[in-house]
Design a binder for this molecule. Sequence first.
Ligand SMILES: Cc1cc2nc3c(=O)[nH]c(=O)nc-3n(C[C@H](O)[C@H](O)[C@H](O)COP(=O)(O)OP(=O)(O)OC[C@H]3O[C@@H](n4cnc5c(N)ncnc54)[C@H](O)[C@@H]3O)c2cc1C
Length: 250
Amino acid sequence: MDNGYFALQVTPNVAICEPVIGQFFMLKPGEAIDPLLLRPFSFVDFIISPNDKYPNGLLMFLIGAVGKGTNILKRLAVGNRLSVIGPLGRGFPAVEDDENLLVVAGGIGIASVLGLTKVYHGVSLFYGIRTKEQIPDTEWFKYTEGNYHIASDDGSIGEKGSVLELLERYISQLRKSYSGKIKIYACGPHGMYKAMVRMNLDAEVHVSLETPMACGIGTCLGCAVETVNGLKVVCKDGPVFNLKDIIWDG
Ligand SMILES: Cc1cc2nc3c(=O)[nH]c(=O)nc-3n(C[C@H](O)[C@H](O)[C@H](O)COP(=O)(O)OP(=O)(O)OC[C@H]3O[C@@H](n4cnc5c(N)ncnc54)[C@H](O)[C@@H]3O)c2cc1C
């Protein structure tokens, strides 16, 4: 991939609990002092395959190289060691059989929700990006069985415009034949979430807040957010929250 995204595969050297989609891991290359802090990343996929090659399974990440930590991770070679803490936080709640799940991603937010397409096979994915070059390898979308809808800002792929307009149209179409609960699980920029609030979508919306964080375990309080239930830390109380519980500043 030459769009700034890269895939990272990690083979844990100890057994880890099976993570839930939406949970995350704190990663840092080797013993290096700089950068000092581990960085949070959702996992895209986790394979439990107790075989000779992966005795403790395999964790897969999709990462956008945006700064110091991610660029160091991008340059890692096969066999390099990483510090890994996780799984951390609360993932997306389970979806009941009689509920209809729609998955929404904006930009690199795709990394946090793509795993849902494997857990809930064939679920509809709505993906908004700026331009065609920004899209990760479509091999990543295999679990959707082609059931994905793309919108791009410049119209170079999918529909030109906002992915939320696509989503809204899809929901009103779905409502003609389905009156049950629609759940939307989303990850993207905060602007996308605020737009979702304004649209007052006919669905229960859960979002992953990718707020920068330092410790990942609820001690530094650097990732606190205001909710209708008081201040919550994204790393421990989230990163997944019910959209209606979040109080947005501005
Ligand atoms: C729960 C969670 C899950 C995440 N999952 C993924 C993932 O699966 N894939 C992925 O690519 N990224 C993910 N992120 C974002 C990722 O953690 C940051 O991109 C990363 O920490 C940046 O580190 P850096 O050292 O490269 O950048 P820095 O040098 O620390 O910062 C570079 C620039 O990126 C900005 N930045 C840093 N962190 C964030 C952030 N969280 N959101 C927006 N801007 C930020 C900084 O303000 C700065 O402008 C996740 C974040 C959270 C909180």
